[in-house]
Design a protein around this ligand. Structure first.
Ligand SMILES: [Zn+2]
Length: 263
């Protein structure tokens, strides 16, 4: 066993991941691309101009990391350049996925990286997600923008564009895409809709990073954490007082209004 999928297995896995990506709403129309290594220097990847939800094995393209198409009648996506760059920068990586999941992409557009320590699972399996500077999709500038993160992280947001994730196998890469979108969604709810998130303390994050290392995940960065030990789940006393004050004021106002209103 050399750890590589066979051609048949790689194509089957790419089609399955494409379908899940499409069903989850991570890609619209023909967006997104997926690749998977079958040897040190050869990958299977998705073609240009095809919906990832409806791919068949004959559409996929086999190519070498120096950019030569070895098999398949379609052209690879112009974005395959960034996949190749991930493999070049980090030879341990076996698969790469790229999509435009709406919440993660919105963070990429707002220029806000996903680096708040709020979910233990996200710290362990995904890590923090930095933003690579904007580059025209398909241009050589895109691979250059992601290169600094390929060894130190597991995923990156592409400014005003989308998300890129990688892993030791195709499902790890894809699950990181799911985790990224879930993490971004929770950050959106707590940040802008609920308006509050209790961050994990730095001590709690250290513990999670140790677990991550024990699981063999060496990359992922360390998210922003709270310096003080927080008592997660508890409303702070002064906030409780504020809530009670607010409630008392509202009730008093209602009573006064009803008295002033007469009958
Ligand atoms: Zn894209």
């Amino acid at each position: 066993m050399n750890g590589y999928l066979s051609d048949f297995e790689a194509k089957k896995a790419i089609i399955e991941v494409g379908k899940r990506m499409y069903d989850k709403g991570f890609v619209a129309a023909n967006d997104g691309n997926i690749s998977c290594k079958v040897s040190q220097s050869i990958i299977w990847t998705t073609p240009t101009g095809v919906s990832k939800g409806f791919m068949t094995p004959d559409m996929l393209v086999k190519m070498s990391l120096d950019g030569k198409v070895l098999m398949g009648k379609s052209k690879p996506s112009s974005e395959v350049k960034m996949h190749i760059r991930v493999y070049e920068e980090n030879p341990d990586i076996m698969a790469v996925t790229h999509a435009h999941p709406p919440v993660g992409t919105s963070f990429a557009i707002a220029g806000i990286s996903l680096d708040q320590a709020i979910l233990p699972e996200a710290v362990v399996n995904l890590g923090s997600v930095p933003i690579a500077h904007y580059a025209t999709p398909g241009s050589q500038e895109v691979p250059n923008s992601i290169a600094p993160y390929c060894k130190s992280h597991n995923a990156v947001l592409l400014a005003n564009h989308g998300a890129l994730t990688w892993g030791k196998n195709i499902f790890e890469a894809y699950y990181r895409l799911e985790s990224l979108e879930y993490y971004a969604t929770v950050l959106m709810y707590t940040g802008k809709i609920i308006g509050r998130a209790n961050e994990l303390s730095c001590e709690q994050v250290d513990e999670l990073v140790k677990i991550r290392e024990m699981l063999g995940v060496s990359a992922g960065g360390v998210p922003r954490c709270s310096m003080e030990a927080t008592n997660l789940g508890n409303v702070r006393d002064n906030e409780k007082d504020m809530l009670i004050d607010d409630l008392t004021n509202r009730i008093t106002r209602q009573i006064l209004d009803s008295i002033r209103g007469g009958n």
